[in-house]
Structure formats: C-alpha cells, structure tokens
Design a protein around this ligand. Structure first.
Ligand code: PLP
Length: 221
C-alpha cells in the first residue's frame, strides 16, 4: 500500500475529536510531501536538526510537533516555528523553552511528559512532580509557555492488559490535572502505531502514528 492509502485507512479509524500527528522521522521530504498532498498538516519529528531541515523545505502551513527527547541547548533552533512540544520532561527544559520562546516573541504550547512505562529509560514527570510544578509557583515563572496537557508512552510490550492499564492511569492523572492546570489543559497525547486504538479507547486526544503510515523505519541507511 502507498503512504496515501495507509493514511486514509488510519484516518477512518480515528474519531473527529482526536488529532492525528503523522510521525515523519527518518522519512525523506518527497515521501512526507505525499502525505501532505493527501491532506495531512500535522507532522511530528524527534530530532531537532531533521525537523528544522524539513520545516525549511516544506510548505509553511504545516504544524510541526516535537515528540522526542529535547536537549535544552537545542530549543533555540525550533522555538521560532514549533507548534507543540510533546516531550517536556524537566524543569531545566521548561526554563530553556520559556527563554527561547521569549526571544522569538511567542508563547509555545507544551505537553508535560509523564513516566507511565515500566522501563527505566523512559523520560518524564510523576504525579507529585506535576503537582509541585504548579503549587510551588514554578510554572508561573514561565510566561512564554502554555501547558496544554500531558504525553505518555506505554511500555514496549505485547501485553495489551498492561498497555491499557498504563493508558488508563495516565488518563486518570490527566483528568485530575485539568483542575490544577486550568482551562487550556485539554490535550492527552498517547498512542502510537501499535497501540493508538487502545489509547483512544482510554481517552487519548492526540495519537502519534509513524510506521503505520510511512512503513518501517530503516536507521541503517
Ligand atoms: C517514533 C515515535 C512515534 C511513532 O512510532 P510508530 O510506532 O512508528 O507509530 C510516536 N511517539 C514518539 C515519541 C516517537 O518517537
């Protein structure tokens, strides 16, 4: 199947209130353009350099989402154009985003990444840290950041029960945090190619789908 056919068969499975972020990492501009021509306008990348290169050479009505671990010293390259950062996982990164957003005279929408998987390697805040961010007044020090929700990645496992449990827990946390973070806190980014339908059932508002649209990634090229 072509990427266009893949896209349309996925779009059919996604309810209107859920946003599809097409994860185009490692894929060349020509292929990403096919998906653009089919109507997709929201794309996600996980590397700063690659996102900047694609943003420069592709149409300007694309909304670029950063979904990968972001280093503070690289925020400046994406601050002028990024439309949502899904992967905010530390106070240091919040400081860097606020500073660079200020320089770019923008307010940047961010999601706070929450650690929900069993693996030790996944980045993110826990419940207590989220509560502290607000109650300590830390977040209020960042006027150029608008926290619009949470993001999480489930464990890398075939165990559907476990994945569902992790998504369910993240949704409960999201609902709890809506009362703490306020009116703009509306987005819950969870679900990838292998688990996005489960994630939608558990309350996701934003799914990040890569390989089901673009095919498997080849990192050895
Ligand atoms: C690569 C990536 C995805 C997409 O993964 P697929 O399994 O290819 O859909 C989603 N989220 C993040 C954070 C990623 O890095």
């Amino acid at each position: 199947m072509s990427v266009t056919e893949n896209l349309s068969s996925i779009v059919k499975t996604i309810p209107a209130h859920v946003q599809l972020v097409a994860i185009s990492k490692t894929k060349p501009v020509e292929v990403v353009m096919e998906v653009y021509q089919a109507g997709q306008r929201v794309f996600g990348e996980n590397k700063v350099q690659e996102m900047v290169a694609k943003q420069e050479s592709m149409p300007k009505d694309i909304q670029w989402h950063m979904v990968g671990h972001l280093q503070s010293n690289k925020v400046k390259y994406i601050a002028p154009f990024v439309s949502l950062i899904h992967s905010v996982d530390s106070q240091k990164l919040l400081e860097a985003i606020d500073k660079e957003a200020g320089k770019a005279q923008r307010v940047i929408d961010c999601l706070l990444q929450v650690h929900i998987a069993q693996e030790e390697t996944k980045f993110g805040f826990n419940r207590e840290e989220l509560l502290t961010l607000v109650s300590s007044g830390t977040l209020a020090r960042f006027p150029n950041i608008r926290v619009v929700g949470l993001m999480g990645m489930a464990s890398f496992t075939d165990d559907e029960v476990q994945v569902r449990r992790e998504f369910h827990g993240l949704h409960l946390l999201f609902v709890e945090m809506q009362t703490v973070f306020g009116a703009h806190f509306t987005q819950l980014s969870m679900g990838m190619s292998g688990d996005y339908l489960l994630a939608i059932e558990e309350g996701s508002t934003m799914v990040r789908v890569g390989s089901s649209i673009f095919g498997e990634r080849n990192y050895n090229k």
